[in-house]
Design a protein around this ligand. Structure first.
Ligand code: OOG
Ligand code: NI
Length: 452
């Protein structure tokens, strides 16, 4: 490895900053949203009790924290994209099957995986791969395949830089700057469609999303999402800022102990496009979204969440706004809303650290084995680990709300993680394993320190 190679964390931070600047120009409402979320977050932070204030690292992370999404057309695009993200220290985590919800894609999220990298900049990109095999019409499927095979979504210079990265085991400062600019090209919006109007319309009719993936030169970034500390307040303030959010917040209800991820989105733009032959038309692809993140759940906690969410449909169906939140909260009344209970029942993941008393302890008396006993003795404390991933049911809701009416299809085929991983050229990380490792390692570090 060459000596002047820079950290992938720095490349990721540069890239997410440039992407944010680009998107602000492309979609002005995104700028409005950033401002609103910034104000709400400042208000929340000012009102936090002293033992809950965010430290500098957490605050710095929050200021830069974004997620985006792209939709790719071919296995080759996905495999190359994996390298592009690897340069920035982002790796595929989780498998999401959206076909169940009538969207002909499956997805993963590229994100940093280790704690230090997450703390520096947790930038994530929800990345979907179109499943052409779900198009019934043979002719249309072949046509889509041909159109996709003829495009290259990466610039020639980006491909060279990827080769240099492979050879050197990293990029130096200058290469990194070049890389960021070249990679940005792949995510840029192109108002020229690559096909004529009839082709666009046929693909659009098969599924709006198919037209969005197939008819353009690249996989334009379709949203960039800041993280709010109070999604209910942000959602309520959106209309005053000229933004109309979808009617319901996806995910778990508002709670004292936030879990997983709550999200809401809005349709941002109807874009003017030019078909091949210069005929003008319009296309909606880009939208806005906000998210609030809570505690990562263990498989047990997640099972309970999925079960309650699915049961909630019976009472929340058709409701919106506050009424929807009320009904959802009632449906979730069996989900403990107390950190100690969530921990003792093994529903959430926690990070352990020494208390002041733990740091001062002299190794005289024998230590209890049990975590709960260590906490009760005042030697260690547990804080929830933030959920860094996505939720398939919520993602489907986000897709749907932005596809507009008639956006959904019916697919008989379902999850195919093996095919996705084959296209990717790697297996995806299991998110539960990542959270568990962070939790276990923090506990082991506490035990080592205490037994000195
Ligand atoms: C991605 C939708 C999923 C989320 O936050 O769940 C997503 C897309 O529309 O391409 O971004
Ligand atoms: Ni999103």
């Amino acid at each position: 490895m060459s000596a002047d190679v820079i950290s992938p964390d720095r490349i990721r931070t540069r890239f997410s900053r440039e992407m944010s600047n680009m998107y602000r120009h492309e979609v002005p409402q995104y700028g409005t949203l950033l401002q609103l979320v910034g104000e709400i977050n400042a208000g929340v932070m000012a009102g936090l009790p002293a033992d809950r204030t965010l430290d500098d690292t957490e605050q710095a992370r929050l200021d830069v924290e974004r997620h985006g999404a792209i939709r790719l057309g071919t296995p080759e695009e996905l495999a190359t994209m994996r390298d592009v993200f690897a340069v920035m220290g982002m790796f595929p985590v989780g498998y999401y099957d959206l076909s169940e919800a009538g969207v002909p894609v499956h997805s993963t999220a590229f994100r940093p995986v280790d704690e230090t990298a997450l703390a520096r900049n947790p930038f994530r990109v929800f990345t979907s791969l179109l499943r052409l095999e779900l198009i019934d019409d043979d002719q249309l499927r072949d046509q889509a395949r041909r159109i996709l095979a003829a495009r290259d979504i990466f610039t020639p210079r980006l491909r060279e830089l990827l080769a240099e990265w492979h050879q050197q085991g990293g990029l130096d400062d200058h290469q990194a700057d070049e890389f960021v600019m070249e990679a940005l090209e792949t995510f840029r919006w192109h108002s020229h469609a690559t096909v004529d109007r009839p082709t666009y319309e046929r693909l659009h009719e098969a599924h709006r999303l198919i037209a969005d993936v197939v008819c353009f030169r690249g996989p334009h970034i379709n949203h960039l999402t800041p993280r709010t500390l109070d999604i209910d307040a942000t959602q309520a303030a959106m209309p005053e800022h000229g933004i109309t959010p979808k009617a319901t917040i996806e995910g778990p209800p508002r709670r004292d102990c936030p879990i997983l991820l709550r999200q809401t989105s809005f349709r941002a733009l109807e874009e003017t496009i030019l078909f091949a032959g210069e005929e003008a038309g319009s296309h909606t692809a880009r939208f806005g979204e906000i998210e609030q993140r809570g505690m990562a759940l263990t498989p047990r906690g997640r099972e309970l969440y999925d079960q309650l969410l699915s049961a909630s449909k019976a009472t929340t169906g058709g409701l919106s706004g506050e009424a929807h939140q009320q009904a959802l909260a009632e449906a979730f009344s069996d989900f403990p809303d107390d950190e100690t209970v969530l921990r003792r029942e093994g529903l959430g993941y926690f990070r352990y650290s020494l208390t002041e008393q733990g740091q001062q302890r002299t190794g005289a008396e024998t230590l209890p084995e049990d975590v709960e006993a260590l906490i009760e003795r005042g030697l260690i404390r547990a804080t929830p680990i933030i959920y860094e991933d996505f939720l398939p049911v919520s993602a489907a809701g986000i897709f749907q709300s932005n596809l507009g009416d008639g956006g959904s299809g019916q697919y008989t085929q379902s999850a195919n993680q093996a095919a996705f991983e084959e296209a990717l050229g790697a297996s995806v990380h299991d998110p539960f394993e990542l959270y568990d490792a962070i939790s276990q390692e923090s506990l082991a570090a506490c035990r080592r320190a205490l037994s000195h």
